[in-house]
Write a new protein. Structure first.
Length: 50
């Protein structure tokens, strides 16, 4: 498999996509943050310092 954005040494370079037709794409991301109940309370109360 080859990637047009990598040169023979594996270094990335820009690829001209001017002539490429637009493609409709969607992406879904998920995340999980684990923290203590004290942190949740502070976030809800707005008492977390910047």
């Amino acid at each position: 498999m080859s990637f047009p954005h990598l040169d023979a040494a594996g270094r990335a370079h820009m690829v001209d996509v001017t002539a490429k037709q637009p493609t409709v794409r969607t992406a879904t991301a998920r995340g999980f943050v684990r923290c203590s109940p004290d942190v949740i309370t502070a976030l809800r109360d707005g008492t977390v310092p910047k």
